[in-house]
Design a protein around this ligand. Structure first.
Ligand code: SF4
Length: 206
């Protein structure tokens, strides 16, 4: 079993918080284990809880459509969640759930070493801040900004569920992913330092 397989095995059997009692299936990260873009969502919903895969409900359909419009598929990326088990009654995960699950996110980042990390929504921003030990604002303030933290570019986005609730945000959501896709491709070819300097990226240094 490789290291991602071992991680998924541990997540599947995890009982570190009370969500383990109500879940049907834990949801492991999914995608290319060599991807340089990592997307972080919130928590599994009903369909994800049944199928054991991230973003397979309506939010996932929207995400797939927008990624395709940007020349990406989820197989080009690594997609994970802040919390790996479904919270009850469609509620957002609580801070103790995010904390209990944070070591899995930390290990995924260590294994994947993504150049670009895209936390989608406030839960993902909080989870990432806790793991990488930085502070930033809410998604309404930080959406689409490029934050530089050591070897990572962090580009917060709205969660697709927020786009479903407020479709007027979809255009900006798509523009952000266009930029994320092209930055990811350029980093593969030229490395992060070269991309930052030649593109003249406006960075928020953390
Ligand atoms: S949400 Fe995370 S910490 Fe809680 S039981 Fe599931 S995998 Fe474990």
């Amino acid at each position: 079993m490789d290291e991602f397989g071992q991680l998924c095995y541990e997540i599947s059997n995890c009982k570190n918080c009370d969500l383990s009692y109500s879940r049907r299936r834990s949801v492991c990260g999914f995608g290319d284990q060599n991807a340089n873009i990592m997307i972080i969502g919130e928590a599994p919903g009903t369909k994800e809880d049944i199928e054991g895969l991230p973003f397979v409900g309506r939010s996932g359909a929207l995400l797939d459509r927008v990624l395709a419009q940007c020349g990406l598929s989820r197989k080009d990326l690594y997609i994970t969640n802040s919390v790996r088990c479904k919270p009850p009654f469609g509620k957002a995960p609580r801070s103790e759930h995010i904390k209990a699950c944070s070591s899995y996110l930390a290990r995924e980042i260590t294994l994947l070493k993504p150049a670009v990390i895209v936390p989608m929504g406030n839960t993902a921003i909080s989870a990432l801040c806790a793991v990488l030990k930085f502070r930033t604002g809410k998604v309404t303030e930080m959406n689409g900004k490029i934050l530089r933290l050591g070897e990572y570019l962090i580009i917060p986005q709205f969660h697709p569920a927020a786009i479903l609730r407020s479709p007027k945000r979809e255009e900006v959501f798509r523009e952000n992913f266009h930029r994320i896709a092209s930055i990811g491709r350029e980093i593969k070819d030229k490395g992060i330092e070269q991309v930052v300097s030649t593109r003249g990226l406006e960075l928020v240094n953390l």
